[in-house]
Design a protein around this ligand. Structure first.
Ligand code: BF8
Length: 626
C-alpha cells in the first residue's frame, strides 16, 4: 500500500486522500501512479523540440548545442517549438469551438421544434444577442429569432462573414491592437485550419509569424467559439444567477442510484438531470431498493449544471477515477473532453457502467448510447435506466464514500455580477479606485498530477484574497476552491479588510465561480465592461490571469487568448517551449510591446501570487491609483 506521506503529497483534498488509500489497497492504478511509471518523461517532448509533422522524421534537436541542430527539412528549434505550440492552440480552440457549434445546432433544432425536451429559457438574452447579430426581434416569436440567430452564428465558423461578431464586444483600443498586429480573427474554423496548414512540412518556418497566427486562432476561441458556447447555452438553459450547492465525493449517496455526468456540453447533462426525476424511472429505482436517483457532476459539465441548477459536484479532473472507486457509482455518463480513457478499465472492478454518448468520443470498453437532440429525452431516459438497472449489482460491502462535502455559492455570470452591483460595473470600479479591492485575478484551468491536486489553486487563491484581490474562477480551479471552502460568503473572513468589507456588504464570496472553461468568455465580457467604463484598454486594468495546474490543450488556447486580450497570465506547469529561447523570450517578454501582456511561469503558488500582486500594483500606479 502507498505510504500515507506519498498520498498526502498527491492531493490537497481530504476526500481524494481517503480514496487514494482505497485505490492503493485495491491495487487500482490512478493517473498519479501512471505518471510515476512514465518517469523519466521524454526530455525532447518537455522542451518542445521533437517534430513528427512529416515522414522524414521524427526529428529532434540536441538541446546541448551539438548536432543535430536542424530537422531533416532544416527546421530549427525555434520553428519546431513554435509549430508544436501552435498545434496545441489549434487542438484547444477546436475543442472549445466544436462544443460551441454543437450548442448552435441544438438551438437551431429547438427553434425548428425538432429537439426533444429543449426550450428557449432566456428570451431576454436571446433578444439581446440577436440584436448584436443584426437579427430583427420586434414582433417575432422567440423561435423565429432563435432560428435566424443560430443560422447567423453558424456562419462564424467558416469564413462567410470574414469576421467574428463577438469580437465587437472588445474595447476599441483592444480591437485596434489586434487590427494593427493582423490578428483579428476571420472565422473560427478558418484560423484553426490555417494553423494546421502553416505547421505542415514546408510552410511557415518563421516562429514569430507562426505564433502570431496561434494568437489569432486563440482569439477566435475566446471571443468566438467559447463565447458562442456560453451565450447560446444561457439562451437555451438560462443565464446563471447566484445559487447554493455542495461539492466533493460526499455528494454520492449510499442509498441512491448515483449517476455522474462528466464532460462538457450541457445539452446532454441537462437532459440526464431531467430524466432522473421521471416518475417511471424513480419508481424503478425504488423497486430496486434505492431511495431515488442522485445526479452529480465532474469537471466542466458539473460546472454547467451547478451554475444553472445547483446540481452538486463530485469533483474535478483528478476525481474521476476516485469517484468510481467509491463503489457507489452506477453510471458515469460522458460526452467529450477531459475524460480519461482508463475509466471503463477501472469500472470493470465494480458494477459501474461507463456510458459514452458522443459519436466523436467513443472509449473501448464503454457502453455507447448515442445522444441525438431529436430524441434527447428518450435517450436520456435510456441512459438513466441503465444506471438504475446497475444498482442491483452494487456490492454494499465495497461502498466507501468519503464523508467529505463543502457548501458553495456559484452562478456568477457577468449578468449576475452586474446585477449584484446595481446594473453597472461602477461600484466595482469605485472599490478598485479607492483600493478596497486592489484588482481582479482570474484563476482557471485543470488539475495535473505533476502538481499536488488543488494545492496551487487553493494556496494562490488564499494569498490573493488576503491581499484584497477579488478572484474570479472557472473550470477545475473553481471546483478546487469550492472543495476548499472558499466559494461561500463566510470565506470573506479570510480576505483582506477592504475586500472583506465589499463582500460582506454584497453578501458574496471573495472568490466568484463564473462557470465552466468555455465560460472564461464571461470573464472577458466583464473585463471589457470595466475597461469600457474607464475608457481604457483591458491591458491597462489591474487584472491578471493564472492557470496554476493546467494540463490540457484547451488551457493553452485559453492562456493564449487571455494574454492576447491584454491580461498578464501566470502558468504553473512549464509549457513545452524551453527548447527555443527565442520562443520563450517572445512569450514572456517581447509580447508586452505588441499585445500589452505576457506569460510568466512558476510552479510555486507563493511566487505566482507575488507576480500577480506586483503586476496589479504596477497597473494601479500607471492608472494613477494609490
Ligand atoms: O474544460 S479545467 S481539466 S474539465 S480542460 Fe478539463 Fe482542465 Fe478541468 Fe473543463 Ni477546462
Amino acid at each position: 500500500m502507498k505510504e500515507l506521506n506519498v498520498i498526502k503529497k498527491r492531493s490537497n483534498d481530504p476526500a481524494a486522500q481517503k480514496m487514494l488509500e482505497v485505490t492503493a489497497e485495491e491495487h487500482i492504478q490512478t493517473a498519479w501512479d501512471r505518471l510515476e511509471l512514465q518517469q523519466p518523461q521524454c526530455g525532447y517532448g518537455q522542451l518542445g523540440i521533437c517534430c513528427r509533422n512529416c515522414g522524414m522524421g521524427p526529428c529532434r534537436i540536441n538541446p546541448f548545442g551539438e548536432e543535430p541542430q536542424r530537422g531533416v527539412c532544416g527546421a530549427t528549434a525555434d520553428t519546431i517549438v513554435a509549430r508544436n505550440l501552435a498545434r496545441m492552440i489549434a487542438g484547444g480552440a477546436a475543442a472549445h469551438s466544436d462544443h460551441g457549434r454543437d450548442i448552435v445546432e441544438v438551438l437551431h433544432l429547438t427553434a425548428l421544434g425538432k429537439a426533444q425536451g429543449y426550450k428557449i429559457t432566456d428570451v431576454e438574452k436571446l433578444k439581446r444577442v440577436a440584436k448584436e447579430y443584426g437579427v430583427a426581434v420586434d414582433g417575432r416569436k422567440p423561435e423565429e429569432i432563435a432560428k435566424e440567430l443560430a443560422e447567423e452564428v453558424m456562419k462564424e465558423f467558416g469564413m462567410v462573414k470574414g469576421r467574428i461578431q463577438f469580437v465587437e464586444r472588445a474595447p476599441e483600443k483592444r480591437k485596434e491592437v489586434w487590427k494593427k498586429l493582423g490578428v483579428l480573427p476571420r472565422g473560427v474554423d478558418r484560423e484553426i485550419v490555417e494553423i494546421m496548414h502553416r505547421t505542415h512540412i514546408g510552410v511557415d518556418a518563421d516562429y514569430v509569424n507562426i505564433l502570431l497566427h496561434g494568437l489569432r486562432a486563440s482569439i477566435s476561441d475566446g471571443w468566438g467559439g467559447s463565447m458562442i458556447a456560453t451565450e447560446l447555452s444561457d439562451i437555451l438553459f438560462g443565464t446563471p444567477k447566484p445559487i447554493e450547492s455542495v461539492m466533493n465525493l460526499g455528494v454520492l449517496k449510499k442509498d441512491m442510484v448515483n449517476v455522474i455526468v462528466h464532460g462538457h456540453n450541457p445539452v446532454l447533462s441537462e437532459m440526464v438531470v431531467k430524466a432522473s426525476s421521471d416518475p417511471e424511472l424513480v419508481e424503478l429505482a425504488k423497486k430496486k431498493g434505492a431511495k431515488g436517483i442522485n445526479v452529480v457532476g465532474i469537471c466542466c459539465t458539473a460546472n454547467e449544471l451547478l451554475m444553472r441548477q445547483g446540481i452538486p459536484i463530485a469533483g474535478n479532473f483528478l476525481h474521476q477515477e476516485l469517484a468510481i472507486a467509491t463503489g457507489a457509482v452506477e453510471a458515469i455518463v460522458v460526452d467529450y473532453q477531459c475524460i480519461m480513457p482508463i475509466l471503463p478499465h477501472i469500472a470493470k472492478c465494480y458494477h459501474t457502467k461507463v456510458i459514452t454518448t458522443a459519436a466523436k468520443a467513443k472509449i473501448p470498453g464503454a457502453l455507447h448510447i448515442e445522444f441525438e437532440p431529436e430524441h434527447a429525452y428518450e435517450v436520456a431516459k435510456k441512459i438513466v435506466k441503465e444506471a438504475v438497472e446497475a444498482y442491483g449489482s452494487r456490492n454494499p460491502d465495497r461502498v466507501r464514500i468519503p464523508d467529505v462535502t463543502m457548501k458553495v455559492m456559484a452562478g456568477f455570470s457577468a449578468e449576475a455580477i452586474l446585477q449584484a452591483l446595481g446594473g453597472t460595473p461602477k461600484p466595482l470600479i469605485d472599490a478598485i479606485k479607492t483600493g478596497k479591492i486592489r484588482g481582479i485575478a482570474a484563476i482557471v484551468g485543470c488539475n495535473n498530477p505533476k502538481i499536488k491536486q488543488d494545492y496551487n489553486h487553493v494556496t494562490l487563491t488564499k494569498l490573493l484574497i488576503k491581499n484584497n484581490i477579488l478572484v474570479v474562477e472557472t473550470g477545475c480551479a473553481a471546483i478546487a476552491n469550492g472543495k476548499a471552502g472558499l466559494l461561500v460568503p463566510e470565506a470573506a473572513d479570510q480576505a483582506g479588510e477592504g475586500l472583506k468589507e465589499v463582500c460582506k456588504s454584497l453578501g458574496i464570496p471573495p472568490v466568484l465561480h463564473m462557470g465552466s472553461c468555455v465560460d472564461i468568455s464571461r470573464i472577458l465580457v466583464l473585463a471589457a465592461a470595466v475597461a469600457k467604463e474607464l475608457n481604457v484598454d483591458i491591458s491597462d486594468l489591474p487584472v491578471a490571469g493564472a492557470a496554476p495546474e493546467w494540463m490540457s490543450e484547451k488551457a493553452v488556447s485559453i492562456g493564449a487568448y487571455v494574454v492576447s486580450s491584454g491580461i498578464f497570465t501566470v502558468l504553473g506547469p512549464i509549457p513545452p517551449v524551453l527548447g527555443s529561447m527565442k520562443v520563450a523570450t517572445l512569450l514572456t517578454k517581447d509580447l508586452e510591446k505588441v499585445i500589452g501582456a505576457v506569460f510568466a511561469v512558476d510552479p510555486d503558488p507563493e511566487k505566482e501570487a507575488r507576480l500577480i500582486i506586483n503586476h496589479i500594483e504596477k497597473k494601479r500606479k500607471a492608472l494613477g491609483l494609490s
